[in-house]
Design a protein around this ligand. Structure first.
Ligand code: FAD
Ligand code: MG
Ligand code: MG
Length: 303
């Protein structure tokens, strides 16, 4: 396995999802969402910046949204490579996938859940990321814009950074798929091809992929911030649900990655298990919630 093979795997995964027929409204809506994201990447973004030569970096924090975007992005990378191979005068067998790792950036903050931290490390290996981590690279856990300023100093060839932000996130309603950063941020292009995705689309594709996701979602988390500001989602309390509330049974039973026999979540860190045991209630898994307006209901507001 290398970046080339995992990209090919993601291409086949995406094609497989797109070929699902006669299914739920969520699936056909998600198929349209994927088509639009692919169009942004292949026709608008990859025609302006070459994704195979470090001009583009991928912002990754182990959350469900950037994982979905990463799977689709890698699939598009494969498609981009194939298009170039076909356009070349040389036979396909003379073309080697030109990069070994995908440039990615993680602004490592204090008080991150150890399960999430481990998951980020696992996915670096799984998806062949070359991950810049702000804390490990000597930066302070300052605010995000400062961390990116530091990142750009170390990686001046970066022109654009891919972000898994969605319109339903705070202050994201009016964002565009391609836009410059705000004046108080370091100057680069924000590449945001996932804006139109709803929570239900995210879970439908991710559960169908069968890829391991961060184990915290199994505990009823729906949006993961730092440890002291994030609880499982109160709308997922076990007393208020039945197993029939899962809208993705078909995706789970027909998952693409058959090597994972059931829903595949990363291992939970002991500290996080302990934290969950101290809670008064049991919770259904994160994918039982599909109302975008309640996605962050587990976040504790800063005083
Ligand atoms: P989440 O769902 O947690 O995050 C949305 C996406 O942001 C993730 O999928 C991931 O791609 C990225 N991301 C979030 N946290 C991290 C992290 N710790 N490390 C790496 N990636 C992460 N805000 C402005 O006001 N003006 C700007 O110009 C601006 N530029 C940005 C450029 C980049 C590259 C990024 C990553 C963020 C930028 N932001 C900017 C902040 C952005 O709008 C969100 O507020 C921020 O991503 C946090 O998202 P969230 O926690 O609300 O949602
Ligand atoms: Mg998110
Ligand atoms: Mg966040």
């Amino acid at each position: 396995m290398g970046l080339g093979s995992v990209s090919e795997f993601c291409y086949n995964l995406t094609e497989s999802y797109l070929s699902i027929k006669n299914n739920t409204e969520i699936i056909s809506e998600t198929q349209n969402a994927i088509r639009l994201t692919r169009r942004y990447l292949l026709e608008d973004i990859f025609t302006l910046w070459n994704p195979l030569n470090s001009e583009i970096s991928f912002s990754y924090n182990g959350g469900k949204d950037c994982q979905v975007l990463l799977l689709i992005y890698l699939g598009c990378l494969w498609e981009f490579f194939q298009m170039h191979t076909r356009a070349s005068q040389f036979d396909a067998k003379y073309h080697q996938f030109p990069s070994e790792r995908l440039p990615a950036v993680f602004i490592d903050q204090d008080e991150i859940f150890p399960t999430l931290e481990q998951f980020v490390t696992d996915t670096v290996d799984r998806y062949f990321l070359s991950l810049y981590e702000s804390l490990r690279d000597g930066g302070k856990s300052a605010d995000m814009s400062e961390a990116f300023r530091q990142f750009l100093k170390m990686n001046p060839e970066t022109k654009g950074i891919v972000i898994g932000i969605r319109h339903t996130d705070p202050f994201a309603q009016n964002l565009l798929p391609i836009q410059r950063t705000d004046p108080d941020w370091p100057d680069f292009m924000r590449l945001q091809p996932l804006l139109h995705w709803k929570l239900a689309n995210i879970w439908s594709f991710l559960l169908y992929s069968g890829e391991p996701t961060c184990g915290l979602y199994k505990l009823g988390f729906t949006s993961i911030g730092n440890i002291n500001e994030t609880n499982p989602n109160p709308y997922l309390k076990a007393t208020e649900h039945t197993v029939d509330d899962c809208k993705f049974q078909w995706e789970i039973e027909n998952a693409y990655n058959k090597s994972c026999s059931s829903i595949s979540c990363s291992a939970l860190h002991g500290d996080d298990i302990e934290r969950a045991q101290k809670l008064d209630d049991d919770y259904f898994p994160g994918w039982f919630l599909t109302d975008d307006s309640l996605e962050r209901a587990g976040r504790i507001k800063r005083k």
